[in-house]
Each structure stands twice: as C-alpha cells, then as structure tokens.
Design a protein around this ligand. Structure first.
Ligand code: HEC
Ligand code: HEC
Length: 236
C-alpha cells in the first residue's frame, strides 16, 4: 500500500518535471504578440546596437561558437528564441540581462529588432566542422542527417518558419555542437521533445559527424554577404 502511494507520487512528480522540460512551444503571450506587430526598422536598428556587442554589427556571431550567427535565421524562430530566453524557458545567463524588457522594450522591440536582423546578409565563411566532403565521417554524417533530421530541418537544413523549426545551414559548427549536446542531454529546456527522442541514442561521435555534415552544407549565394570582409554600414 505504502509502496503504491510512493510510486504514485513519484510518477506524478516525474510527469510534472517532464511537463516543465517539454514546454516547447506553448505560444501565446509575447511570442504571438511580437509575431503579429508591424515592425519599426529605425527602432530595430537602435535596439540591435546592444546585441551587436556580442553577435557583432553584421549579426554573424563567432566561428569559435560562443555567439551564434543570427543573420539569415527565420523571423519566427528568432522571436521564439528571444521570448523563451526572456521567459527563462531557455537558459542564457550571458545574454539575459540585455534581452529584458527593461533593457530593450516590450513585444514591439522584439518585432523591431528581428525585422532588422532579418535583412542582414549572412557570413560567407561560417565555422565548419573538421571533416571535408571526401572523408568517411562526412559520409556517415550525411546518412545520419537523412535518417534523422530532414523531416524537420529539411533536406537543405532550411528548417520551417511555420513550425518554428530553425534553419541550421550556415550556422557555426561549434555553436551547433553545443546546442545539439544540450538538446540531447536535456539541458536546453525549450528543446523540441520529438527531436530529443530522435537523437537520444546518438553517441558523441554521431553528434560530431551529423553536425559536421550540416556545417558543410551550402547556403544560397543570394543570402550571403559578398565577402567575409563586409561591414554593416549602419554601425560604421
Ligand atoms: C552579452 C552577450 C550577448 C548580448 C548582448 C546578446 N546576446 Fe544573443 N546570445 C548570446 C549567447 C552567448 C547566445 C547563445 C547561448 C547558448 O549557447 O545557448 C545567444 C543566443 C541568441 C539567440 C538564439 C539563436 C539561436 O540560433 O537559437 C538569439 C535569437 C539572440 N541571441 C538574439 C539576441 C538579440 C536580439 C540581442 C539584443 C537584444 C542579443 N542576442 C544580445 C549572447 C548575447
Ligand atoms: C521533430 C523535429 C526535429 C528533428 C527530428 C530534429 N530537430 Fe533539430 N530542432 C528542432 C526544433 C523545433 C528546434 C528548435 C527548438 C526550440 O524551439 O528551441 C531544433 C533545434 C536544433 C538545433 C539548434 C539550432 C539553434 O539555432 O540553436 C540544432 C543544431 C539542430 N536542431 C540539429 C538537428 C539535427 C542535426 C537533427 C538530426 C540528427 C535534428 N536537429 C533533428 C526540430 C527537430
């Protein structure tokens, strides 16, 4: 009898924890509001100034992976990530204080800054993994990608803005590796539960190979800056 009661409580507690961990895309609130607002580009540029300290004026982040490339990411994904970070549904202690309403403004500020980011061209020399297209690791990564990722991130890694699936082509290898590991190990709280299930048996080597493949994937030329020396004229 006692054992039964304890087990019931344990199961209920586990379900509650799972509920928290799987708060993937509840929508509503700020996210929906920001998606529906008409952006003000001037204000977007003003807001972006604080972001540029880490993500750089070009929105390219860093190839060594500390800061992700934001340029080129879908508007809906950027808004979701920003709302999640503000709601502490995705831990980002480095950025958190700079992303708060007190610092940049409400849902309108999110709509504005994202519209600004959206028009930035991408870094043509993003960070790539160690295994080029002629290696067995690349081939193995390609197979893992086709079997496990295409259904959500698409054959070109373009994601799906309608479903808030991020674009992953053109993103820095080291940043993606960290996110992928956090998603697999349950450290990224806003992770998609179906992705977590899909990748839970991935070894560290599988993870490196599949992300390596993604990082070598081409990005459409018209979305890239003309050279890696391009500077954002708004912040010169
Ligand atoms: C102090 C540095 C810093 C500042 C300032 C900063 N960020 Fe970030 N940002 C980061 C870091 C670090 C990450 C990645 C965290 C991680 O590894 O999970 C990140 C992640 C993000 C992401 C998630 C990207 C993705 O691919 O999921 C978005 C969106 C973002 N930042 C937007 C912004 C915007 C907009 C601003 C300005 C309002 C801003 N950041 C200001 C450091 C910063
Ligand atoms: C069921 C759909 C689904 C599958 C399958 C899936 N993903 Fe994801 N992935 C997502 C979603 C949704 C997110 C964003 C979660 C969020 O909102 O924070 C994501 C996030 C990511 C990120 C972090 C992106 C960023 O900018 O922070 C990487 C990297 C990634 N996925 C790679 C992969 C790879 C590689 C595979 C295959 C091995 C894969 N995913 C399989 C849906 C999926």
């Amino acid at each position: 009898m006692k054992t039964f009661a304890i087990r019931t409580v344990a199961v209920a507690a586990a379900a509650m924890l799972a509920g928290t961990a799987h708060a993937w895309n509840e929508g509503g609130g700020e996210q929906d509001e920001a998606l529906s607002l008409t952006p003000d580009m001037e204000n977007g540029m003003d807001v972006y100034e604080v972001c540029s300290a880490c993500h750089l004026p070009e929105g390219w982040g860093q190839t060594e992976g500390t800061f992700p490339q934001l340029a080129g990411q879908h508007r809906a994904v950027l808004i979701k990530q920003l709302s999640d970070i503000r709601a502490l549904n995705r831990d980002n202690p480095t950025m958190y204080p700079f992303a708060l309403p007190e610092s940049i403004g409400d849902a309108q500020a999110l709509a504005d800054v994202v519209a600004y980011i959206e028009k930035l061209p991408m870094n043509p020399e993003w960070g790539k993994g160690p295994w080029g297209p002629d290696t067995p690791e690349y081939a193995q990564g390609e197979k893992l990608f086709k079997d496990n990722c295409v259904k959500c991130h698409g054959p070109d890694g373009m994601g799906d803005p309608e479903k808030f699936y991020p674009r992953i082509n053109g993103q820095h290898y080291k940043y993606m590796l960290r996110q992928f590991e956090w998603i697999r190990d349950g450290k990224r709280r806003n992770a998609n539960p179906d992705m977590v299930k899909q990748i839970k048996s991935f070894t560290d080597k599988d993870m490196q190979m599949v992300i390596n493949y993604v990082s070598w994937h081409p990005v459409p030329k018209d979305q890239l800056a003309e050279s890696a020396d391009w500077k954002n004229p708004d912040f010169e």
